[in-house]
Design a protein around this ligand. Structure first.
Ligand code: ADP
Ligand code: MG
Length: 332
């Protein structure tokens, strides 16, 4: 029997029988069955003199995800991205792209944006990308129109760079990174310095590029951004990995239900005998009931209170905020 892994949709199972017949089953691909890594980071450390920027970091980045490297300023995000892009050398440890040590051939599958490129203000998007192409050798002239379409700048392809909004300038930088149709895009704080409209444009673009099949690895110090854009996250604090995994798993490990009633003391007293609650927190005239993930049942809480003679005037399910979780993780 032979297993052939097709990362996109299916696992093809080929069965060779003694009678020489060759049967093939195609099974739906299960995310958990086989997850391919685009990048494996193994025990990477890096110091700048006395400052240890990265401490023995190890984690995997699965194919097809939007992976956020999240941490406050100075936590080592840019250092890590520079190492995996061969701009800096690690002191220890190694990394594998697509399961192999980096080769120039593999590097072509990776587009990156570490610093905003210098575009010529008086040239159009097309002419700027022609220059990028001739310097980097990535992609071809025909690909320029296609990357401009991907970042939704095609209509403005002939306008001068100087007439672009901040968001459009950053989209052009991403278009330059897309030359050569890389499987993976590595972006360092792609929304930094943008106005709210530009931020929204870039976030939407990242989600769109991911849907088109690009794996995206991005650094961010914004919790909100990672929660909105990323499917997976690794949280760094002072160069150390605090946790990594699926955003929903890492960031919401409990259910929180917020309730209130006229008599808050009676409500708080009654809820102490509600079996499922793992903790109760009183905040002004709201009571937050924390329950194990996925176990909250609003109708059950409502009925429980009603049976105790308490009528709720507020009953809301709240996902535990990433912010609270991040604060917990980085302050322990
Ligand atoms: P982040 O991108 O998360 O803000 P960096 O990777 O830029 O973090 O920095 C991690 C740590 O390394 C910080 O303490 C920073 O001051 C230090 N650092 C970064 N680059 C240099 C450098 N070229 N020389 C000395 N220290 C540096
Ligand atoms: Mg940085």
């Amino acid at each position: 029997m032979k297993f052939i892994c097709r990362p996109d949709k299916y696992i093809v199972v080929r069965v060779y029988l003694l009678c020489n017949a060759d049967f093939m089953f195609i099974l739906p691909f299960q995310q958990n069955a086989i997850t391919l890594s685009v990048l494996t980071i193994q025990n990477i450390s890096k110091s700048y003199g006395k400052i240890q920027a990265l401490k023995n970091l190890s984690f995997d980045i699965p194919q097809g995800c939007v992976f956020g490297i999240l941490g406050p300023n100075g936590s080592g995000k840019t250092t890590l991205l520079s190492i995996i892009l061969d701009v800096l050398k690690a002191d220890a440890g190694n990394f594998l792209w697509f399961g192999h040590p980096g080769t120039p051939e593999q590097r072509k599958k990776i587009g990156s944006l570490l610093e905003t490129p210098n575009f010529y203000h008086y040239l159009s998007a097309i002419n700027n990308l022609k220059i990028t192409h001739s310097i980097s050798g990535r992609g071809n002239l025909a690909a320029i129109n296609s990357v401009l379409e991907k970042v939704k700048l095609y209509e403005r392809r002939n306008s001068r760079f100087s007439t672009y909004s901040l968001g459009m300038k950053q989209r052009l930088a991403i278009a330059a990174a897309l030359l050569g149709d890389p499987k993976v895009l590595v972006l360092d704080e792609p929304t930094n310095g943008l106005d709210p409209v530009g931020i929204a444009e870039i976030r939407e673009l990242m989600i769109g590029l991911n849907k088109m099949g690009h794996t995206i690895i991005m650094a961010s110090h914004l919790l909100d951004e990672v929660e909105k854009v990323c499917t997976h996250v690794a949280i760094l604090k002072k160069g150390e990995l605090i946790t990594t995994g699926n955003v929903d798993d890492v960031l919401a490990d409990e259910d929180v239900v917020e309730i209130s009633a006229e008599d808050m003391d009676a409500l708080a007293a009654a809820m102490t005998s509600y079996n499922n609650a793992s903790s109760l927190t009183r905040e002004g005239n709201r009571l937050q009931v924390t329950l194990p993930k996925g176990t909250s049942q609003l109708h059950d809480i409502n009925r429980f209170c009603f049976d105790k003679g308490i009528v709720l005037n507020h009953l809301v399910f709240k996902k535990k905020r990433l912010e609270a979780k991040f604060f917990e993780l980085t302050n322990n």
